[in-house]
Design a protein around this ligand. Structure first.
Ligand SMILES: [Mg+2]
Length: 376
């Protein structure tokens, strides 16, 4: 199990670095170009991820920041964990040169940073509601929260913290619900829940609990439920439509009663071009994976289609002309949590930037678990 924790963190970094490819793949809008460049490597074992040609992008730097915050020993209550997350996000901005951080994240972190403007810095829970805060900046960095609160009985803690980890910069349902899904699906992987059921469990368990939490933490200023309704519906409708498309049941009873599940159903031909068209169709403005909802839908679609096949996972989650470092970071975290990294070529991760720190963080999370795993 400790190895699976490591694989979650490391494979996420690999997905990010590969999708980013120092900016040339993340911002490559032509599917043909990215497919050709990928095929020129002639096999994944020839892709040597190192700190020069395949730097980590903002996704991993911020995922590491989340992991640092949730493993601080002085964290004894919810408020102090959230304060630590804010602090870690502020600090990690010093390491963003050449890593293409998102605008919404920089704006919100700026508001919390002392001396950034003449005004007093905002606290972690004071970030204003943002109409344009539906980006994937929250979703790309919360997977490790699902490692920390991995047990079924910890779902309330997982939902509260993952929502706040997103809302701290992306105070918009599409943004912070994406963060919740990244963490929730990581915990499902660690619990060995069949990935086929994750979407249904999101509808039946995750979203109702999220709504409860949002109502509980509602206020009259920056956290009004009435401001959230549209974004909430957009996120929920996008997931419902996706599950229906893949013939995945929306109710848990239906999902579990199917003796020989025939879902998920994929189109007969579903290669690079078909996938890109689908990724675009679920996106907000044509760049698949750049929002809170489609980053996790595309990652999930890739995971369901790839199974335990690493090459297939890379081609579905990373080799597309959308926001592929984020779908890589999220999808490959889930993939690593499920399957470990024994089948992954050493070249893909052995020389990755910050490897010792990332491995160290995975060990720190594993050590800090409130509910440890059975060491059998
Ligand atoms: Mg990035």
């Amino acid at each position: 199990m400790e190895k699976r924790y490591e694989a979650t963190m490391i494979m996420s970094a690999v997905g990010d670095a590969m999708g980013y490819k120092n900016g040339s793949w993340e911002f490559q809008m032509s599917q043909n170009t990215i497919t050709k460049e990928y095929e020129r490597f002639n096999g994944l074992e020839n892709i040597v991820i190192d700190k020069k040609n395949w730097r980590l992008s903002d996704d991993t730097i911020m995922h590491m920041a989340t992991a640092i915050a949730i493993t601080r020993p002085e964290n004894t209550d919810f408020n102090s964990i959230c304060e630590q997350i804010a602090l870690a996000y502020i600090r990690c901005m010093e390491d963003m040169g050449g890593r293409a951080p998102g605008r919404q994240t920089m704006n919100s972190v700026g508001l919390m940073t002392k001396g950034f403007s003449s005004k007093e810095p905002l606290k972690w829970n004071e970030i204003p509601y943002a109409n344009g805060g539906g980006g994937c900046g929250g979703a790309m960095r919360s997977m490790c929260i699902g490692l920390k609160y991995w047990n079924e009985s910890q779902i309330d803690d997982l939902i509260a913290l993952s929502i706040e980890s997103g809302r701290i910069t992306h105070n918009h349902p599409v943004g912070f619900l994406g963060a919740m899904v990244s963490a929730l699906f990581t915990s499902f992987a660690i619990q060995n829940v069949d990935p086929k059921l994750w979407g249904t469990k999101l509808m039946c368990e995750g979203l109702p609990k999220a709504k409860e939490y949002l109502k509980k933490t509602e206020n009259d200023t920056n956290r009004k439920w009435e401001n959230y309704v549209r974004g909430w519906n957009y996120f929920e409708d996008a997931w419902k439509a996706y599950l229906k498309l893949r013939k995945i049941p929306l109710s848990l009873d239906d999902a579990l009663s199917a003796e020989q599940p025939t879902y998920p159903e994929f189109p007969e031909t579903y290669g690079y071009m078909e996938r890109m068209a689908f990724y675009q169709s679920v996106s907000f403005d044509g760049w698949g994976g750049s929002s809170g909802h489609d980053s996790v839908i595309i990652s999930y679609d890739a995971l369901l289609g790839a199974g335990s096949d690493w090459k297939e996972m890379v081609e579905r989650a990373i080799i597309h002309a959308g926001d592929n470092d984020s779908t890589g970071a999220i999808g490959c975290a889930w993939w690593g949590a499920l399957y470990g990294m024994e089948s992954v070529p050493l070249n893909n991760y052995d020389k990755i930037e910050y490897k010792p720190i990332i491995v160290g963080l995975s060990k720190a999370i594993f050590k800090s678990l409130e509910i440890p795993h059975d060491q059998k």
